[in-house]
Ligand binder design. Structure first.
Ligand code: NAD
Length: 433
């Protein structure tokens, strides 16, 4: 099939390279010319395992191309995946201006049937707004079109695999014509395909993300309780997780969820519910708990080290999760801010996210970026762990101890076994155990 993807970010690029890999012809419309140039040269502007390889494969097989021109994108195919950003507005609601722009411009340029597919995460009933916009701006009212919802559930860091082997595919359609396109598109996928109306599909995505965020906040509260009672949150999660109704995933206590999805999607879901007259107090609490996590972590650091003024601290991990360079809404941002306010000097290291982090926190009197994880430690009074990258989990702890000025680890992600680290002579503080 021929497919147009509008928006070449994490979701759009993953969608594009994967469909090309599956044998489709894909044209990506990305409005930032520098990104298009990079992509055409086979270089990914984002770090996502396996993505660059598939990008190069698609370019080589001539199944993948990039443009800044929406008109070209619309002429290329009738299947249009909208993968633009839906960031947060100051009041917490979703900013749908990028989606509106694509709908409006598409309507103006449309000369034949188009299937407009929302892959971006949007509040329920956004498809109605897209339809209204198309109807308003379309030049020839007799041109048929469909709007469908096909939300994306990929996780950054595992995006390619998640896209190619999803747990399920959700498709909200209103016409047989649109349904047939999806049946063809996903015929080789070995997972349930759930066909619904668009509103239900939109709601499934927001409900799923909010539920997962709720699991994280829930286990974080259990962690607080464990710290007060001497219980071990990792074992609590393990014991709970064996219950099929609960499941083990997303029960990792730590410094809270971040990233470009959970924080904004929970807020947008609460806001949207409010607009429909539903007070989703449960999710407000989920968010409140999450916002407190970085503060609690910094309080833990202060409890251990007392004053932080002029103390050198090593920080491992800046991305909101491992295997990505994404720092959007990462808890590290808040934690670094608070540590700087306390007067600490920070030596930061992350395998992929330092370039992005530098844009927010340039090198200076209190901030330096280390060339590798070990050099970050030299002379530091403690090591703080903010992301559970595998290379940190495999660290040579004897070397860590030699390099640190004091053998103190404050681990916000529970990556080590407390008894083992303590046996090596560390003071080891973690979350809920
Ligand atoms: P992103 O910011 O990485 O990418 C969006 C891209 O769209 C940018 O490159 C931007 O330049 C481009 N763009 C914006 N307007 C455009 C236009 N008019 N024409 C062409 N390009 C345009 O965002 P993302 O992380 O890929 O997320 C996209 C959507 O998918 C969001 O709604 C998000 O909530 C959802 N989502 C994200 C993830 C994730 O893990 N990142 C997972 C599932 C769903």
């Amino acid at each position: 099939m021929k497919i147009t993807v509008v928006g070449g970010g994490y979701v759009g690029l993953t969608t594009a390279v994967c469909f090309a890999h599956l044998g489709h012809e894909v044209l990506v419309v990305e409005k930032v010319p520098q990104k298009v140039e990079l992509l055409k040269a086979g270089k990914s502007p984002i770090y996502e395992p396996g993505l660059e390889e598939l990008l190069q494969e698609g370019l080589k097989n001539k199944r993948l191309d990039f443009t800044t021109d929406l008109k070209e994108g619309l002429a290329f195919s009738e299947v249009i995946f909208i993968c633009v950003g839906t960031p947060q507005r100051p009041d917490g609601s979703a900013d749908l201006s990028q989606v509106e722009e694509v709908a409006r411009e598409t309507a103006k340029l449309m000369t034949s049937y188009k299937l407009l597919i929302e892959k971006s995460t949007v509040p329920v009933n956004t498809h109605k707004l897209i339809k209204k916009t198309v109807e308003r701006y379309i030049r020839d009212k007799s041109i048929p079109y469909d709007v469908a919802s096909n939300p994306e559930f990929l996780r950054e860091g595992n995006a390619i695999e998640d896209f190619l082997k999803p747990d399920r595919i959700v498709v909200g359609v209103e016409s047989e014509r649109a349904k047939r396109v999806f049946e063809e598109l996903y015929k080789d996928f070995d997972c349930p395909i759930i066909f619904t109306d668009p509103a239900t599909a939109e709601l499934i995505k927001h409900a799923s993300n909010s539920f997962l965020a709720m699991k994280i906040s829930f286990i974080n509260m259990i962690a607080d309780l464990c710290e007060k009672t001497g219980a071990d949150v990792k074992l609590v999660a393990y014991g709970m997780g064996y219950d099929k109704r609960i499941g083990r995933a997303f029960l990792n206590a730590g410094i809270g969820y971040g990233g470009s999805c959970f924080p904004k999607d929970v807020k947008a879901f609460v806001k949207m519910a409010e607009e429909y007259g539903v007070d989703f107090g449960l999710l407000k609490e989920v968010e409140k708990i999450n916002q407190q996590r970085p503060l609690k972590f910094v309080q833990k650091v202060k409890n251990v080290l007392w004053s932080l003024k002029d103390k050198k601290l090593a920080v491992w991990g800046l991305s909101f999760k491992p295997n990505t360079d994404d720092i959007r809404e990462a808890p590290s941002i808040k934690i670094v801010e608070l540590l700087l306010k306390e007067g600490a000097n920070l030596s930061l290291y992350d395998p992929e996210a330092m370039e992005n982090f530098r844009l927010l926190f340039p090198e200076g009197k209190q901030i330096s970026y280390a060339k590798d994880m070990y050099s970050a430690l030299e002379g530091a009074e403690a090591l703080l762990i903010l992301t559970e990258w595998e290379e940190f989990q495999k660290a040579d702890l004897k070397r860590v101890k030699e390099l640190l000025a004091l053998p103190i680890i404050i681990d916000g992600r529970n990556i080590f076994e407390p008894s083992e680290v303590r046996a090596l002579g560390f003071e080891y503080y973690c979350i809920g155990r």
